[in-house]
Design a protein around this ligand. Sequence first.
Ligand code: PLP
Length: 354
Amino acid sequence: MAFPRLCIHRDRILYNAQTVVSVAKKHGISVFGVTKGVCAHPEVARAMLEGGCVALGDSRLANIRQMREAGVKGPFVLIRIPMPSEIDALVDLAEMSLVSMPETVELIDEACKAKGKTHRVIVMVDVGDLREGIWPDEVEQVASRLKKCARVEVIGVGTNLGCTGGVMPSPENMRTLIEAGGEFERILGKKLEIYSGGSSNGLDLLEKGTMPEKINNLRMGAAILLGIGLNDHDIPYLRQDTMEIQAEVVEVRRKPSVPIGETGLDAFGHPPVFVDRGIRLRAILALGRQDVPFEALTPLEPGIELLASSSDHLILDVEDHKPTLKVGDVLSFKPGYGAMLAAATSSYVEKVIC
Ligand SMILES: *Cc1c(COP(=O)(O)O)cnc(C)c1O
């Protein structure tokens, strides 16, 4: 068995997908399963579809290509607004994309014309979080430009919250999106299929019962993958024990808790801080920053304290761990979103379906 590994419980992710889809359905909301947190692991993608997600969204075309090659059905949505340099691949690999720049949509239209294809887009509207999206007063101008793109079908509007600006979803900012959608409908002369109100953090408005009726789609990764929503809080009706990061102990020794000698900076240029607790039992795990940032890890057993990490080593205080650890023992950690993403991305971490 190879370590470190990211152990993924497919059945629990399936449970989360089914649960989130059924909660959303009660509010007339469809779910796009977002796969980027696990670099589009095909088994996870399949679990999302099996759980009732109507499409799979990823921010990277490379991930979408990998899912297609693994035989995952889709349909696929590129959820990062496209790079002009990837438009050719986009129309080959994804049925849909989130967009905000009219010139990019014009490139999509041209690529479609050349290939005899069509493409569907959801226009992102910035309702205050200040990441991607047209400004609400731009709708008329953007809509009339998109109307001329014969091979690109505008199927909806969407927004993103809680990312750059940390703005939380609210009935007010949802209404801004709905108004923008209404204006698109008037100018395009057709109804929009999709009003995509955000990500996992949108579940919060469903729980409060304040999600406006018109919103009929959410794009969810974190809720399905880790059972977390707004502000990374656990969602009580979902499972959080969906994944573990496992690593192997390579040294166990009693050492002082404060370094000996004059101290400078650590491996990452920061001055290290230590508390003198006398001689303590320490363990080194073969798990470093090239695998996962240790700040986003929670030990799954008591008696383990994370002390420091460098590129390839994680140092633990294991004085209070029972039984006493020995070389070759394997420790498990619960990853936060950042740890999951890093572990999934690192080629040094084995991905295993458990
Ligand atoms: C990552 C992402 C999502 C999913 O966010 P979660 O917090 O994982 O639910 C949705 N939409 C866009 C545009 C994203 O980039």
